[in-house]
Design a protein around this ligand. Structure first.
Ligand code: MTE
Length: 315
């Protein structure tokens, strides 16, 4: 019997057609840029290939009925500089990162600091499914089905003090396992931050899985941040520490290249990166480009956080 006409079936048929026509493995030229050039690493423009298979099972579609990015692309095209500069380095070297035992501490301006064993964390809070658009500052994007816990649930549990204004996220430091740390590609640990109200927003997720499986190291196992209305670099991976603080923290890319990467990093098609446009994006797995949406399409839920803020100055 013929496939029912679902986005999934259409997607599969389109891919079969492209495969037969020999088009799917064609290279796509990067029209965005590389974050790393700003840190003195030199712009490396490479041709890329995407030949990921269709997802194995029917999955929910993206926020606007968009097709999910294939599991293969999500797990093989990554930015994770602890493993190296190239998009394929994280998947190739992922097995070097020891994922257990692993603890995540939540500390600083809180009344009840706690340290969670990672497996206890996912039992202590409800696990949620969230399909989000994910927009990298390099002007490519994906649609990813995550599993995780609402960051707000965790923050409520540690009871922030009245002085807590920002939340700091710190990734793991293990130069023996992470060649990009040994090579000192960036200052480590990788640090990101949010204002407390951003961290408390319903959309903000601590992800522990994707496509119904535990995260793999290249995606930030065992636990990483996901902030879908901000550029991907805010979504710090392989977290070991969350700290609530009074002052706006120094964050990795903002320290390395302050004119290129702001603290807020809200997806904004009308504020270009100094070296490339942010008006459009290349959806991984698709031909052509899509217009980029303000706040990555999540304005209904987050624009009010920035009322009265000049988003060209606070980019
Ligand atoms: N977290 C750490 N610790 N190190 C990194 O290099 N890269 C960031 C972000 N989190 C990064 C990180 C960037 S630039 C992006 S676009 C996303 O992770 C990529 O996430 P993905 O590989 O799961 O798509």
């Amino acid at each position: 019997m013929a496939d029912p006409i679902t986005p999934e079936a259409l997607f599969r048929r389109r891919r079969e057609f492209l495969q037969n026509a020999g088009l799917l493995a064609a290279t796509a030229v990067v029209t965005g840029g590389s974050l790393y050039a700003a840190s003195g690493g030199g712009a490396r423009r490479r041709a890329e290939t995407f030949a990921g298979p269709a997802p194995q099972a029917p999955m929910p579609t993206g926020p606007d009925g968009e097709q999910l990015t294939s599991l293969r692309d999500v797990t093989s095209y990554n930015n994770f500089y602890e493993f190296g500069l190239e998009k394929e380095d994280p998947a190739a070297l992922a097995s070097r990162l020891t994922l257990r035992p692993w603890t995540l501490s939540v500390e600083g301006e809180v009344n009840e600091p706690r340290t969670f064993n990672i497996d206890a964390l996912t039992k202590a809070f409800p696990l949620e499914d969230r399909v989000y658009r994910f927009r990298c500052v390099e002007a490519w994007s994906m649609v990813i089905p995550w599993q995780g816990i609402a960051l707000r649930a965790l923050l409520d549990a540690v009871k922030p003090t009245s002085r807590a204004k920002y939340v700091v996220f710190e990734s793991v430091v293990r130069p023996e396992e992470l060649p990009g740390q040994k090579a000192q590609l960036l200052p480590w640990p990788y640090v990101e931050g949010l204002r407390l109200d951003e961290a408390m927003n319903d959309l903000t997720l601590l992800a522990t899985g994707l496509y119904g499986k535990p995260l793999e190291a290249q995606n930030g196992a065992p636990v990483r941040l996901v902030v879908p209305w901000k550029y991907g670099f805010k979504s710090a991976k392989s977290l070991v520490r969350i700290r609530l603080v009074e002052e706006q923290p120094a964050t990795t890319w903002n320290v390395v290249a302050p004119t290129e990467y702001g603290f807020f990093a809200n997806v904004n098609p009308s504020v270009d990166h100094p070296r490339w446009s942010q008006a459009t994006e290349r959806r991984i797995g698709e031909a052509g480009r899509r217009p980029t949406l303000p706040f990555n399409g999540y304005g209904d839920q987050v624009a009010s956080l920035y009322r009265g803020v000049d988003l060209t100055r606070f980019f």
